[in-house]
Design a protein around this ligand. Structure first.
Ligand SMILES: Cc1cc2nc3c(=O)[nH]c(=O)nc-3n(C[C@H](O)[C@H](O)[C@H](O)COP(=O)(O)OP(=O)(O)OC[C@H]3O[C@@H](n4cnc5c(N)ncnc54)[C@H](O)[C@@H]3O)c2cc1C
Length: 405
């Protein structure tokens, strides 16, 4: 089971992790993929009921298509919009079963932390000595914890497991932590269990997940929705002349709901939750400030869809320069903040230099590389993998050691 320091370690078997693993095998590098969940695409499966707003042609990389075609599969393509489940069933699962990846993916293995063997965080800043030291991985596996080595680490662990708080300023509102068990923080399969959402739902957030939830909740006859939005005059992330019609549809529905177009839905803009408390009848009372004055919501359910943030705990002992605003690696963040505003489709490829960290040989790819920015698209993640793979092809990475080992 133990890997050598000659391995490429891919952390996370989401879409970007699997694409990165294929790129490593294409480059002739030994690769091990560590996946915390029981199946590849574990995060994607947990929002499997959600329909993507990007079509198949943007959701699979050229590398994925070519690997599937070579193995006799018809790669998903075209203008249809898959659900998360479709993405996992029709793309990720077949990819994981390809001979190129067979035996290289460890399901149920969570990487707890990564360090440089024999070196502390502050030692050998940017030196060859640091680059030459193997990475040391601490892994929680089904049979307990163990340690592995790797020469190169690609952190593709996403952000879905680290949701933001619903309180003002991004920290918990008083009472929020005590009521954590009453708050749903991921987009639930509303139509699969409509009865579960009967009564009043307090929804907090304004991004695409919150908009999707609002649209779904408005369709449930037994549900009354109180939707709190932080901005006073939200633009709902609208992109002028949007080339993605599903994304535009979501914006239009949100605008209609906010304009009072639905009798069971109240949208309060410029609103903040100032406290949460449990009532004797089991419901949750939320104190809210709004531009019109204080307000109180008594809710049967609380749905906090206030975005996700990258968790740095895993690489705390490495030399990673994080952006103080986004939590993304500094260079990636600067490139993104300086680029095309709200349209994630218009974001340029960031380039290999931008993806490099002060820690040599450690890359953060995929949704995690965007920190708390919610503009990540699969297409951007596959572009990042292309950049790193390009460096492998040009032998710019310390790969000789990997290939020889
Ligand atoms: C509801 C929703 C809808 C979206 N819709 C679109 C869309 O329409 N189009 C689009 O392009 N993008 C969309 N996105 C954004 C983005 O493309 C997805 O979040 C995508 O899943 C990101 O891929 P990833 O591989 O970077 O990370 P993830 O899919 O999050 O995969 C990370 C993997 O790492 C594993 N993992 C986590 N921690 C560890 C650890 N410590 N050790 C080992 N494994 C670990 C997880 O279990 C998971 O399998 C959407 C996101 C969400 C949440």
């Amino acid at each position: 089971m133990a890997t050598s320091s000659g391995h490429v370690a891919v952390l996370g078997a989401g879409p970007v992790g699997l694409d990165a693993a294929l790129a490593a095998t294409d480059a002739g590098l030994p690769v091990t993929v560590y996946e915390a969940g029981p199946a590849v695409g574990f995060h994607v499966r947990s929002w499997g009921h959600v329909r993507l707003f990007t079509p198949w042609r943007l959701n699979a990389s050229a590398r994925m298509r070519s690997h599937l075609a070579r193995a006799g599969h018809e790669p998903p393509d075209g203008a249809a919009y898959p659900t998360g489940k479709d993405l996992a069933d029709r793309l990720l699962r077949p990819l994981a079963a390809l001979p190129a990846l067979a035996g290289r993916i460890r399901l149920g293995h969570r990487v707890a932390a990564v360090a440089r063997a024999s070196l502390l965080k502050h030692e050998h800043i940017g030196t060859r000595t640091r680059a030459a030291a193997p990475f040391r991985l601490l892994v929680d596996g089904p049979d307990g914890e163990y340690e592995d080595r790797a020469g190169l680490v690609l952190d593709c662990t996403g952000t879905y497991a680290t949701p933001n708080s619903l309180g003002d300023g991004g920290i918990a509102a008083p009472g929020e932590r005590a009521l954590a068990h009453r708050i749903t923080r991921t987009l639930p399969p509303l139509h699969a269990e409509p009865g579960r959402w009967a009564g009043t739902v307090l929804l907090v957030g304004a991004g695409k997940s919150a908009q999707t939830a609002a649209r779904g909740l408005a369709e449930l006859p037994g549900t009354r929705l109180e939707w709190l939005v932080r901005d006073r005059d939200p633009d709902w992330g609208e992109v002028p002349d949007d080339s993605l019609p599903e994304r535009q549809r979501l914006v239009s529905v949100s605008r209609d709901l906010a304009a009072g177009g639905h009798e069971r839905v109240t949208v309060r803009t410029g609103a903040r939750v100032t406290a949460l408390a449990a009532r004797a009848d089991g419901r949750v009372r939320a104190a809210v400030t709004t531009p019109a004055g204080p307000h109180e919501v008594v809710a049967d359910h609380v749905l906090a869809l206030t975005g996700y943030a990258a968790d740095p705990a895993l690489y705390r002992q490495l030399q990673i320069h994080e952006c103080y605003a986004t939590g993304a690696p500094m260079n990636v963040s600067a490139a993104l903040l300086g680029s095309a505003g709200g349209d994630c489709l218009a974001q340029p490829a960031v380039g290999l230099e931008t993806l490099r960290n002060p820690e040599p040989g450690f890359y953060i790819l995929g949704a995690k590389s965007y920190g708390r920015l919610n503009t990540f698209l699969l297409r951007s993640g596959y572009g990042q993998v292309d950049e790193v793979a390009g460096a492998w092809a040009a032998a710019e990475e310390p790969l000789a050691a990997l290939r020889e080992s």
